[in-house]
Design a protein around this ligand. Structure first.
Ligand code: FES
Length: 152
């Protein structure tokens, strides 16, 4: 089969467009749709969470961290760059974004760009020993400070 120059270029363009479509689809799938999951989320009994551990809540789309002093912090899974879901990094205790490689520390602060601000947090209240995370109210922040922790 003989290809003339025009057909060859056309085929190259089709292949390139197909590759781009696959990447766009992949990015779209990993984006978080928070529209249906915003609610007051009951994470469970405060004393059931071990200190210095991270608990992922995929249905609530947050990570609940209990620090060594017993304080709780609920961090959004959404990367602050373009909204991809970050992964917990068990080696560092922080988070990595699979889309453009931003990294965050255990407090959700940026360690490496392109993200420029920490992971959003959600207000926590503890009522009758239950940890309630208000996923309706993400809070943007410029850095971590201890006043963001909630204690039982
Ligand atoms: S969406 Fe996370 S680094 Fe771009």
């Amino acid at each position: 089969m003989k290809l003339n120059r025009r057909k060859f270029i056309k085929r190259i363009l089709i292949v390139a467009a197909s590759i781009e479509a696959v990447f766009l689809l992949k990015d779209g799938v990993s984006k978080v749709d928070t529209s249906s999951s915003k609610e007051l989320f009951n994470a469970g009994k405060a004393d059931s969470f071990e200190k210095n551990k991270l608990y992922p809540f995929s249905t609530g789309q947050f990570f609940l961290k209990r620090f060594e002093d017993g304080g709780f912090l609920a961090m959004s899974v959404k990367c602050t760059h373009l909204g991809c879901v970050v992964n917990a990094n068990s080696k560092t205790g922080g988070f990595n974004c699979p889309c453009h490689a931003s990294q965050f520390n255990k407090f959700g602060e940026v360690l490496s760009a392109p993200a420029t601000r920490p992971l959003d947090i959600f207000p926590i209240s503890i009522e009758k020993g239950e940890v309630l995370v208000d996923t309706r109210k993400p809070v943007k922040r410029s850095s971590y400070n201890k006043s963001q922790l909630t204690y039982a």
